[in-house]
Design a protein around this ligand. Structure first.
Ligand code: ADP
Ligand code: GLC
Length: 490
């Protein structure tokens, strides 16, 4: 059983949704049986009713109906339908303001999942919790289900998709969420005298994973640890980095219904049609000159993590450099404004769409020549992998999953799939882009580079096998332990 606060295509603000959908399906294809428990947010069809659960949290008794909806063979979603908690204008916030009962909302999601599992005739074998929203799963299992016949020995795996989102709440929440003060310790869920759902996930789970091997290393260092590097070093023996895959059905240029025409490495003509379509969609001139000019795509949350301060540093040089840009994203007002200003200044060079738009995301991946991702940090990143599949060459900062999924182009061997820069500086970013543009000017070489990326294997099957290994490891470790042993508090 997985617990995740977003699952594509039902709800999505970022890559977690893609992973919480594609991983269960890959596991299902491999013969496992996976249920992903997630909120039924506003506007979602319910699926088929399965059961009701209720629990008292923070003094109020909430009842949720659980509805099931298939995700694929062996995989299904279980929607927790509790309108007072989830029927809201946004997933986590509205009007830029986090809901102040988020601790309650996501604690209830986790409790509902565990209560459902506790009542099931065939017990779950592993609880796999994603990000801070599901961070209390291990703590609840150890506090409330330690004597439960089916759940007492069930191990928890916790996956960190982003260490910067730490689920911090005032410590007064602890008793209100039904957790004892004995957990409020430095090796429990206390973080600078507050409660951290993320820390609970890290400390009360049998295994911790994150979404790339490089990020697993980085987060043990202060520069990338977001205050958690000590916590991560302490849990290093239980920590594994597993690179995300991509959903190769949804992101497949050979069959993508959101592109004007399909294309493949062998029959690439449709890519030119996608370029035409994306220029048009972003209000850029559709001329022979523009079709020949390199086009850089960006699809991103517009937040500090994604490196847009580098763009701000060198904005003038960037837009004078030669290529045109199509930018799709939303987030911090100042970065939205940055791109709007650049588009207003150079309407022939920069096309911007502020918002979240699945169709445009596919069109940018399909139609651009290069994809820019200058992340300050990147746990995994999915777009650089989508890009490669669509023959769109990534230019990325050498951090986290970007290091593990983009191979630097080597003109001597004709190997590699993109361009990386290490220094977190605007000039280093411009340098990498210049190297890419140089190769763009040599069509035979460029074609080889595109083809290398299009051939790369980012399917989930390999990563799913790595998760199965982790699941098997924690199940075996639990079997050899007494059922009442405290969880992971070494
Ligand atoms: P993160 O989860 O940190 O935002 P990822 O690269 O892992 O970064 O995943 C981002 C996902 O969200 C991708 O599937 C990407 O296509 C999608 N996405 C981000 N911004 C937008 C947007 N404005 N419109 C459509 N899709 C978007
Ligand atoms: C997070 C990270 C991103 C990762 C995604 C899915 O949102 O920021 O790098 O790809 O989770 O794991």
């Amino acid at each position: 059983m997985m617990i995740a606060s977003e699952v594509a295509p039902f709800s999505k603000t970022g890559g977690l949704a893609d992973v919480a959908s594609a991983l269960p399906r890959a596991l299902g294809r491999a013969g496992h049986d996976v249920t992903v428990v997630t909120p039924r947010y506003r506007g979602l069809a319910a699926g088929q009713w399965l059961a009701d659960v209720s629990a008292t949290v923070a003094g109020t008794t909430f009842t949720a109906s659980l509805f099931t909806e298939p995700l694929g063979p062996g995989a299904r979603v279980l929607f927790v339908d509790c309108p007072p908690l989830f029927d809201r204008a946004g997933l986590y916030n509205a009007g830029g303001q986090d809901f102040d009962d988020n601790p309650l909302r996501f604690a209830f999601l986790t409790i509902a999942a565990l209560e459902w599992a506790a009542a099931e005739a065939s017990p779950v074998q592993v609880v796999h919790a994603h990000d801070w929203q599901a961070g209390l799963a291990g703590a609840y299992l150890s506090q409330h289900f330690a004597r439960h016949p089916a759940l007492a020995r069930v191990p928890t795996v916790f996956t960190i998709h982003n260490l910067a989102y730490q689920g911090i709440a005032d410590k007064s929440w602890l008793p209100r969420l039904g957790l004892g003060w004995d957990l409020f310790t430095v090796d429990g869920l206390e973080f600078w005298d507050r409660l951290s759902f993320l820390k609970a996930g890290v400390n009360f789970s049998d295994a911790v994973t994150t979404v790339s091997p490089t990020y697993a290393e980085e987060i043990q260092r202060p520069e990338y640890g977001a205050g958690f590097d000590g916590v991560m070093r302490r849990r290093a023996p239980a920590l594994t980095g597993i690179l995300n895959g991509i959903d190769t059905d949804v992101w497949n240029p050979a069959s993508d219904p959101l592109l004007p025409a399909p294309f493949t490495a062998k029959a690439p003509a449709g890519k030119a049609l996608a370029k035409r379509a994306v220029l048009e969609a972003f209000g850029l001139p559709v001329t022979d000159g523009m079709l020949a000019r390199p086009l850089v795509g960006i699809v991103s949350r517009l937040v500090d993590q994604k490196g847009f301060d580098l763009v701000a540093q060198v904005a003038d040089s960037l837009v004078e450099m030669g290529p045109a840009f199509v930018v799709l994203g939303s987030g911090d007002g100042r970065y939205e404004q940055l791109w709007r200003t650049l588009a207003a200044r150079r309407p022939d060079t920069v096309g911007v769409h502020i918002g979240f738009d699945e169709r445009l995301a596919h069109l940018v991946e399909g139609g651009a020549d290069l994809f820019l991702m200058p992340s300050r940090y990147e746990p995994c990143g999915l777009n650089q992998m989508y890009s490669q599949r669509y023959g769109t060459v990534p230019v990325v900062r050498a951090t986290g999953g970007l290091v593990d999924s983009v191979i630097p182009w080597d003109p001597a061997t004709k190997k590699g799939t993109g361009f990386l820069f290490a220094d977190y500086s605007g000039d280093a970013m411009l340098g990498a882009l210049a190297r890419a543009l140089d190769v763009f000017g040599r069509p035979a070489e460029w074609k080889r580079l595109q083809q290398n990326g299009m051939k790369a294997d980012f399917s989930w099957d390999r990563s799913a096998r790595a998760y199965v290994k982790v699941y098997k490891g924690v199940i075996a470790a639990r079997r050899t332990r007494r059922p009442k042993a405290p969880v992971a508090r070494t």
